[in-house]
Design a protein around this ligand. Structure first.
Ligand code: A3P
Length: 357
């Protein structure tokens, strides 16, 4: 009778088989009905799934925009503590049009400049060359299409892109001016003959890789009379003052430009980057500790975290020696153009050996 009272609240069929078992606290379990047990299991499974989904979501976010924020522990905007990143919302970041563009010149160290600038926590750099202003198809798509290609940034961070082709393309200055007449422009220039050789080596490597025939340096640079072939773009790209004139005549002011000398960036990255920081109104952050000289590469590489990052093998190719008469002809050709450039920029690059031969 007593046992019947005890189990009277159980649904039929749940009575224990052996009712003569001792009744200790341990065996108070039978009070949990199957229905309750199912409910508990359901709740446990539901909570586990919810936790797992939110973990996956947050780790996805960390791999995409948020990981940009803490790159080397340096990608946070000023005043934002590292441990507060996880509380940040993606909505604080936006894709913005670049406020600074590295416009060229091709083969003068534009990639190194962008990479070095990207060390700064207040800078977000677009890695790929955009070719927005020099590609009619892309340009006619709208500024919005260009903006969407930019990396996300916090307010106060500077968005930078580099497309070395911009400097020498006639339509670019006006198009860029229409986007932002007060944009800041970085222009890195290299001694014209060295730049020409570098330009040619890139062209030749491209041809060889494609298995196509390739003219020699002399065939490209000189016409059949032995005169300099000014229509070869490799040659004309090094006539800097002509290109710069298009940018500064009626459009940008020289104050909007920082002109960097290529060999100076190769020799002393921290010193040049300090000038870049001043020009862009950035706090001084990039220091010698961010670089080391890699003897095998023959250039500085970036110290990142515990590792190192050198530029690709296509940067820093070995240059062949030019025959003295070829070098002399080219130097003589560029000398008056260099003088015009020095006058225009108010700086004499002869001190970097531009006019020596
Ligand atoms: P070379 O390959 O002729 O030596 P860009 O990035 O504009 O194409 O310029 C390439 C040039 O960047 C290289 O030309 C090299 O001289 C120069 N450069 C400057 N700093 C460098 C670095 N840290 N590593 C490799 N190349 C660098």
């Amino acid at each position: 009778m007593a046992s019947k009272t005890k189990y009277s609240r159980l649904p039929t069929g749940l009575e224990p088989k052996d009712t003569s078992q001792p009744k200790s606290k341990k065996f108070a379990v039978p009070k949990i009905t199957r229905l309750k047990l199912c409910g508990i299991i359901f709740v446990v499974i539901f909570v586990s799934i919810t936790i797992a989904v939110s973990c996956i979501k947050s780790s996805y976010l960390e791999q995409t925009p948020i990981c940009n924020l803490s790159k080397n522990g340096t990608r946070l905007p000023q005043g934002v503590a590292e441990d507060s990143v996880s509380h940040m919302k993606f909505k604080h970041m936006k894709k913005r049009l670049p406020q600074c563009i590295i416009i060229g010149v091709r083969k003068a160290g534009t990639r190194a400049l962008l990479k070095y600038l990207n060390i700064h926590p207040d800078v977000v750099a677009k890695g790929a060359e955009m070719h927005f202003f020099d590609d009619d198809e892309f340009y006619t798509k709208s500024l919005e299409a260009y903006r969407k290609e930019m990396p996300p940034s916090f307010e106060g961070q500077l968005t930078v892109e580099k497309t070395p082709g911009y400097f020498t393309e006639p339509l670019v200055p006006e198009r860029m001016y229409r986007m932002n007449s007060s944009i800041r422009l970085l222009l890195i220039l290299r001694e014209p003959v060295e730049r020409l050789v570098s330009d040619y080596l890139q062209f030749a490597e491209g041809k060889i890789t494609q298995g196509k025939p390739c003219e020699t340096f002399n065939e490209k640079v000189f016409d059949k009379y032995g005169n300099i072939n000014k229509s070869y773009k490799g040659v004309s790209r090094s006539v800097y003052h002509k290109h710069l004139k298009r940018w500064t005549e009626d459009l940008f002011t020289m104050k909007q430009f920082l002109i960097i000398e290529s060999s100076e960036l190769v020799q002393d990255p921290p010193a040049v980057m300090a000038k870049v920081e001043d020009f862009l109104g950035l706090r001084h952050y990039i220091k010698p500790r961010h670089f080391y000289f890699n003897k095998t590469k023959g250039f500085h590489c970036i110290k990142s975290g515990g590792g190192q990052e050198c530029l690709a093998d296509s940067k820093g190719r070995e240059h062949p020696d030019l025959k003295p008469n070829v070098l002399e002809k080219l130097k003589e050709f560029y000398a008056p153009h260099n003088k015009k450039l020095y006058k225009m920029i108010g700086e004499d690059f002869a001190r970097f050996g531009w006019d020596d031969y």
